[in-house]
Design a binder for this molecule. Structure first.
Ligand SMILES: [Zn+2]
Length: 280
């Protein structure tokens, strides 16, 4: 791999709300968060390798003297989760689906491509089904699974007192959101409705990639994400085969971002049909 490596030093922390910081880490320009309480701190997303995770943890001492108590991954993707091993002696949180994801052959392939030793990756110590809370000393952090979307295990990290939400890759502002073979195109809009439900007009949302945004932005992106779902449904219902859907469809995002979402979008419609009861 040329250019920035998954073991590279993260960029500088920028304060985005009182006691809440964001830095950017390569190679995916992912946003990593740091939430500081009076006694402890929590890191949101951990970087792209165990080595980068350790660097992120070390870098917290540049903005706070309180120790890191916990780290949370918003989802299993490498840029968010592969650094978790750097926090393995602390409380580590992720959705309950993440452990299995990290043991899957796909993860081994991704790690090999990055030059990361797959056996060095660490699963979360604390698995979230619905929600968890952490007290950092005068500052409560909530970790919530609002439903599937970008993946089946997206976690949103909420700091109520700072009026800020870390949305992971449910939202992106550096470019369109990414659809993968592990995305849930038809659930994503509803999950974003729940994110919007956590926000007021003053709330800041930190996306997985790109600058922090406000509720208007999330609302607009939710509309486009819903349009992708509607378009997949329309194509499937009009008999367009999955293999032709990308070319035949009209998409609200660059096709490269949507392409890998077509297959799960079609498959999830089929499983929806199977679930429905015969009414007549
Ligand atoms: Zn992702």
């Amino acid at each position: 791999m040329s250019g920035p490596t998954p073991g590279a030093e993260p960029g500088p922390w920028r304060e985005v709300a009182a006691g809440v910081y964001v830095c950017r880490a390569e190679p995916a320009a992912v946003n990593l968060g740091l939430i500081v309480g009076s006694e402890a701190a929590l890191v949101v997303d951990t970087g792209s390798s165990p080595a980068q995770g350790r660097l992120v943890r070390d870098a917290t001492s540049r903005v706070t003297a309180v120790p890191v108590q916990a780290a949370a991954a918003t989802h299993w993707h490498y840029d968010h989760c592969f650094g978790m091993a750097g926090f393995a002696d602390l409380e580590t949180f992720a959705h309950e689906s993440v452990r299995e994801r990290l043991m899957a052959p796909e993860t081994a392939r991704i790690a090999a491509d990055l030059g990361v030793e797959v056996h060095a990756l660490a699963p979360p110590a604390r698995e979230i089904a619905v929600a968890a809370a952490v007290d950092l000393g005068g500052r409560r952090v909530e970790l919530v699974h609002l439903g599937p979307g970008h993946t089946d295990g997206d976690i949103v990290v909420v700091v109520p007192a700072a009026d800020i939400v870390f949305a992971g890759d449910l939202i992106e502002s550096a470019g369109p959101p990414w659809y993968g073979n592990d995305s849930y195109p038809h659930d994503w809009p509803t999950t974003l409705d729940s994110v919007i439900g956590l926000m007021t007009e003053k709330t800041i949302a930190v996306p997985g990639h790109g600058d922090p945004v406000g509720r208007e932005f999330v609302f607009e992106q939710r509309g486009r994400v819903a349009a992708v779902s509607t378009e997949i449904r329309r194509l499937a219902e009009s008999g367009v085969p999955e293999s032709e859907a990308l070319d035949a469809g009209s998409w609200p995002f660059a096709v490269g971002h949507v392409a890998d979402g077509i297959k799960p979008g079609y498959q999830q419609l089929v499983s929806e049909e199977r679930k429905s009861l015969p009414l007549l």
